[in-house]
Design a protein around this ligand. Sequence first.
Ligand code: ADP
Length: 205
Amino acid sequence: MFKIGLTGGIGSGKSRVADMLGEWGATLVDTDEIARALTAANGAAMPAIEREFGPQALTPDGALNREWMRERAFSDPQARLRLEAVLHPAITEETRRQAAAATGLYLVFVVPLLVESLARWRTRVDRICVVDCDPETQVARVQSRSGLTGPAIRRIMAAQAARASRLEVADDVIVNDGATSPEQLRAQAKTLHDRWLTLATTTGR
Ligand code: ADP
């Protein structure tokens, strides 16, 4: 199957783009969604996380205590690595499982940290598509979507790849900055969808 890796910084609009591609017939495999499911109450990764970090890493209903983990990971890089050691193999396995079951026109992996783990992804996708956005708009969008403060959002952004390094590895770019209307975003996504459909057919994957 023809495969796209879709990425972009927090608040860039990649979920919105992914939803449209799904609407038009692509199969979506969202690694963030997989990570969330694994760490939800009764998620498959929760017993291993409790063994690794103790009960304080869990909320009363048994989900990952994200607030606690985020604070821990920022102050202690080792904690972040330990969490990744538990989560990454589980995410990889579920990503493979979902990709193998895909029935759509082509496959879109939605991977927020694709550029941060480029070595793993470059060989697994035919094209990398970056949703590009200026940092100010990212902050404004995430602020109105979530309860996070400006500094908290900037801290997350600082831990993600820089805008320039994302653009450097992009085969396709969707511009979704502060001046981009939802209609303009849709038009760009549709143009790429049509192009990918052609490629999916002509490459015979
Ligand atoms: P990401 O998945 O990259 O974090 P989202 O797709 O969730 O980003 O977009 C962040 C927020 O900004 C969402 O509430 C989304 O609806 C909104 N948004 C994204 N692009 C636009 C746009 N061009 N115009 C208006 N709102 C947008």
